[in-house]
Write a protein that binds this ligand. Structure first.
Ligand SMILES: [Zn+2]
Ligand SMILES: [Zn+2]
Length: 103
């Protein structure tokens, strides 16, 4: 018996983070919202549209990073995340490395 019917493609959700690729509809949580490229960066879901340090509003969201306040990239608690522009992020990371070196 032939199954000639084409499965209808669910043309719908795009990745909520990059809006470039379709979501990977597998599993729950982050998987239902992001593409295969963004699921490893769940903290990007909490990225704001401006730098929380200097107030910079970028042309593209790729100019903004999400900084982990405690330095633990696996701690994606909202309270541990801060949206920073590339400039502020570099500065804060640099200052943290100085503090670590001094400690
Ligand atoms: Zn994506
Ligand atoms: Zn900034």
């Amino acid at each position: 018996m032939k199954v000639g019917r084409k499965k209808r493609r669910n043309k719908g959700d795009m990745c909520v983070i990059c809006n470039k690729y379709p979501v990977r509809n597998k599993g729950n949580g982050i998987w239902g919202k992001t593409c295969i490229y963004c699921h490893r960066k769940p903290y990007l879901l909490f990225r704001k549209t401006f730098c929380e340090e200097c107030g910079f509003i970028p042309k593209y969201t790729c100019q903004l990073d999400v900084h982990h306040i405690d330095g633990n990239r696996l701690n994606n608690n909202v309270n541990n995340l801060k949206t920073l522009c590339a400039n502020c992020h570099r500065l804060i990371s640099y200052e943290q490395s100085l503090e670590r070196a001094a400690a």
